[in-house]
Design a protein around this ligand. Structure first.
Ligand SMILES: *Cc1c(COP(=O)(O)O)cnc(C)c1O
Length: 231
């Protein structure tokens, strides 16, 4: 096995243990291998090892790497998207996890409408209300959901994503993960949506996120080791 395959197997075992603690079925927790800064052969190893998706946070980096990685698993955009990169992003990503404003929804809708394609999107929530962070405030998420549902037939609202405020102790993030789960339940009920995916949890806190209901965890360093320096 490659190191990545070993690491993925170990992460799956930790997810299964977290699911057992929470009384959840581990089949409902999927892994996006976040491969930013990793070269294409390492990304390919994650695909071969059975990651459920590849996550990248920069559009141009993904555009350069994806053609060099075989396999059909979906690629998720987990970093911020500028409107002028929307077209390039649609060429290389299957899911956008970082929808955070109506203008971006409109830009994606226009591009998708031209080719008759439907894109699954997650809304990124700034769950901790941090000034520097991307994502929409929880209180503003209702109007954005309404906008997507009413005006963007080529966007399929599939989930919520968050990166909570950083704490060295992952227990400190538990309430933030629970808040995302509760927001998802609220929005689902208010807008009559199917259940929303919850993309939450990274290398240092994914077990707590799984205990609190994550259906996607985004794992980078725990699978790939430390990030490389970009050329
Ligand atoms: C880099 C990144 C991750 C993975 O982070 P690790 O701590 O390396 O697991 C997850 N989500 C987003 C949005 C990222 O940018």
């Amino acid at each position: 096995m490659t190191a990545v395959a070993d690491n993925l197997a170990a992460a799956k075992a930790r997810i299964a243990a977290a699911c057992a603690r929470a009384g959840r079925d581990p089949r409902f927790v999927r892994i996006a291998a976040v491969s930013k800064t990793q070269p294409p052969d390492v990304v390919a190893a994650a695909v071969a090892a059975g990651a459920d998706a590849i996550g990248e946070n920069r559009v141009q980096e993904a555009a350069a790497k994806r053609p060099l990685v075989a396999g059909t698993i979906p690629w998720h955009l987990v970093g911020p998207l500028q409107r002028n990169k929307a077209k390039l992003a649609l060429g290389h990503f299957d899911v956008v996890e970082t929808l955070d404003r109506p203008e971006l929804a409109d830009r994606l809708e226009t591009l998708l409408g031209l080719v008759g394609r439907v894109l699954p999107v997650f809304i990124e929530i700034n769950i901790g209300g941090e000034a520097q962070k991307s994502g929409i405030a929880p209180a503003a998420s209702g109007p954005l959901v309404e906008h997507v549902v009413a005006r963007c037939p080529h966007l399929r609202l599939s989930g919520l994503m968050t990166v909570p405020p950083y704490h060295p102790d992952p227990e400190r993030s538990r309430s933030q993960f629970a808040a995302l789960r509760n927001l998802g339940a609220d929005l689902t009920a208010r807008f009559g949506l199917p259940p929303l995916e919850l993309s939450m949890g990274m290398s240092e806190d994914f077990e707590v996120a799984v205990e609190e209901g994550a259906t996607w965890v985004r794992l980078g360093r725990v699978l790939f080791g430390e990030r490389r320096t970009l050329p």
